[in-house]
Design a protein around this ligand. Structure first.
Ligand code: FES
Ligand SMILES: [Fe+2]
Length: 416
């Protein structure tokens, strides 16, 4: 490979990308600086810290942060790093506490990050300013529909601007709750894979693979999902801008016209839920329950997979942890048990769906080590992509419109 122009201009072409993007530790370090510490990153959901003094420990790139609710109700994203000599201040994954005590030398912090004190204080007399020794913070914290994001970059646009049209898809998710709210309180599964995080990012809205990778589960579960990812479905893939992508299944669901078809069920199985939705949405209920839930990848780490939330945590250039939970609908009790069961069946420890994807990620990581050829081809559907009525680039559901969208945005960030 010759190197003229910028490094990333060389590695990322409109129709292909270079294999080193998945294997080079220097690029991984560069990504952490230019993506995870420069743009909005999804951290957690407000429902996980519903009560005053609740906290959860969450991944933020390779590190963890503490998402806490202080006594005034405010939400904080605190560095899980003692201001003394950098020990983790919180090991428990979640709890309810007014503060944290570092296990190493006993410094204590309030749950808003302020330093409360240190043992044997005479040794610090006149030389320690407590107000400057609180926990570090993710300086910008904003949430949308309960999804809490953090950002280290003072110059990044506000969260809503960053989300752009992805926000409308999040709206489509929460309107499935009769109370307009979702809850992420079902507990989290963690799946570790020996693969680069971008393999996962790309795969979430890759509509080309399901018919092959997931055919066994589609057949054994007699699921209609596979047909949504065929070349004859009306579903589309879409570039939502800012690296956000989706498989929009609505056109196909509308064509089929089945209420609750998106969930693989019928109205008679969940009558109370349907009745509650009718109370809130009236005549619009049918349309809402035909269109269903989004299949949306919010760049760089939040995947809304219709009935589950996935969070991508890059750990090393060849290691990623995927955190998964079932979405629960506030006021949708009749749906919630089913949401949980379907989640366990597809992405639980003995589930088929994520196990199949994980196998693909790891094989991909091994395959990409090969040199010559060292490029990956990403031009599927470039000959037939088009602009929709809202000015967004769309293609067939099996086309690589989302993958090219991700790489265009990635390149714009990495060249800064
Ligand atoms: S590292 Fe936390 S008290 Fe010393
Ligand atoms: Fe998959």
């Amino acid at each position: 490979m010759t190197t003229t122009g910028s490094k990333y201009d060389e590695l990322i072409r409109p129709d292909r990308i270079h294999g080193s993007l998945y294997t080079d530790p220097e690029i991984f370090a560069d990504e952490m600086a230019k993506i995870f510490y420069s743009t909005w990153v999804y951290v957690g959901h407000e429902s996980e810290i519903a009560e005053v003094n609740d906290y959860v420990v969450k991944p933020f790139g390779p590190q963890t942060v503490i998402m806490s609710r202080a006594k005034d109700g405010s939400i904080h994203l605190l560095q899980n790093r003692c201001a003394h000599r950098a020990n983790l201040v919180c090991e428990a994954p979640k709890g309810n506490a007014t503060g944290f005590r570092c296990q190493y030398h006993g410094w204590t912090y309030a749950n808003n990050g302020d330093l409360l004190g240190f043992p044997y204080k005479k040794g610090y007399e006149g030389i320690a300013d407590k107000s400057k020794l609180g926990l570090g913070r993710v300086p910008r914290v904003e949430s949308y529909q309960g999804f809490v994001f953090g950002c280290f970059n003072p110059d990044a646009p506000p969260l809503l601007e960053h989300l752009g049209d992805a926000a409308k898809e999040i709206d489509r998710l929460v309107r499935l709750s009769p109370n307009g709210k979702i809850q992420l309180t079902a507990g989290w599964l963690k799946h570790k894979v020996k693969a680069n995080w971008k393999m996962l990012l790309e795969n979430e809205t890759d509509g080309y693979h399901p018919q092959f990778v997931h055919s066994s589960v589609f057949v054994s579960a007699e699921s209609g999902i596979g047909a949504l990812y065929s070349d004859t479905a009306d579903a589309v893939s879409r570039d939502l801008g800012n690296g956000h992508t989706e498989n929009d299944l609505r056109p196909e669901f509308r064509r089929l016209g089945n209420v609750m078809g998106w969930f693989g069920t019928t109205p008679d199985k969940v009558p109370n839920y349907i009745a509650k939705m009718r109370e809130v949405h009236g005549d619009k209920t049918e349309e809402i329950l035909i269109e269903g839930s989004p299949h949306l990848m919010v760049f760089p780490n939040l995947f809304i997979a219709e009935i589950q939330i996935f969070v991508i945590q890059p750990v090393a250039v060849d290691e990623t942890v995927q955190h998964v939970t079932a979405i629960q609908l506030d006021g949708g009790e009749e749906m919630n048990r089913r949401l949980l069961q379907q989640t366990i069946g597809s992405v639980g420890p003995a589930g088929f769906l994520l196990a199949d994807d994980s196998e693909m990620y790891e094989r991909n990581q091994r395959g990409v080590q090969a040199r010559d050829p060292e490029w990956l081809v990403i031009n599927r559907g470039a000959n037939r992509e088009r602009v929709d009525e809202n000015g967004k680039l769309i293609g067939y559901n099996t086309d690589e419109v989302p993958i090219r969208a991700i790489w265009r945005h990635y390149k714009s960030l990495m060249e800064k």
